[in-house]
Write a protein that binds this ligand. Structure first.
Ligand SMILES: *Cc1c(COP(=O)(O)O)cnc(C)c1O
Length: 232
């Protein structure tokens, strides 16, 4: 079995190659190592190989892991957030990358105001309108922004999606394109900037990069398959 350092290197090369293929600069796409279910010792191997940005799904797991690793790392929460976890999430995570409803945004705004902080977030969009999935509906997001723009303690830095499973990587492209087009429309009609597009995982990041991803979230291609399933 190859080491985390080797696999990380391989993923970085594949990201670079995908950028070249898409006529983009390698510096336009960041790699987040998704470390959910991985023990701190394993995460430390990625840190030793130079990785700084990590993604975790659950607040509790992040709170347990973070103190065991260097302070200089950046941690983003990529799993769905519940109201009763918002306060802890704000102390643990550098950014909340999967905020999926107006209700949660209101909770974040209220607590951020209390703490006197500005909180960076990404909004999760349910790009294929799947009933099983979290996220804002594509056609309702613009209307939601009326309220979101009034939340003075939030900084919406972009959008995020998890497309439905497809059999061929190329089949994921239309979903990624949808998120980019939605972002472009929102920027144009609202006059705001939403630079971050968090899209692409181990099996489909090349397609996501071809469609404009700025942040790929890669777990198993770096750390190997997860021993226990983690809720997404
Ligand atoms: C687990 C997870 C990932 C990483 O998935 P891999 O297939 O292991 O690369 C990315 N994004 C989210 C939201 C996840 O929950």
């Amino acid at each position: 079995m190859s080491s985390v350092a080797d696999q990380l290197q391989r993923v970085l090369e594949a990201v670079d190659l995908a950028c070249t293929g898409a006529g983009r600069q390698g510096s336009e796409v960041r790699l987040m190592a998704v470390s959910k279910t991985q023990p701190a010792e394993v995460v430390a191997e990625a840190v030793a190989a130079g990785q700084v940005l990590f993604g975790e799904n659950r607040v509790q797991e992040l709170l347990q892991k973070k103190p065991l690793l260097p302070q200089r790392l950046h941690w983003h929460l990529i799993g769905p957030l519940q109201s009763n976890k918002v306060r802890k999430a704000l102390t643990a995570a550098d950014r909340l990358d999967a905020v999926h409803s107006l209700e949660i945004l209101k909770d974040i705004e209220r607590i951020a105001a209390e703490l006197g902080r500005e909180v960076p977030v990404l909004l999760e969009v349910n790009v294929a309108a799947e009933s099983s999935k979290h996220g804002f509906a594509s056609d309702q997001l613009e209307a939601c922004f009326e309220q979101i723009l009034g939340m003075r303690h939030l900084r919406v830095e972009g959008l995020m999606c998890i497309p439905p499973p497809v059999s061929r990587v190329e089949d994921a492209r239309p979903y990624f394109a949808r998120l980019r087009e939605l972002r472009d429309r929102l920027e144009a009609s609202l006059g705001i900037s939403l630079p971050e597009l968090s899209m692409g995982m181990s099996h489909d990041f090349t397609a996501a990069i071809a469609e404009g991803s700025t942040l790929v979230r890669v777990g198993s291609a770096i750390f190997g398959s997860r021993s226990s399933p983690s809720p997404t």
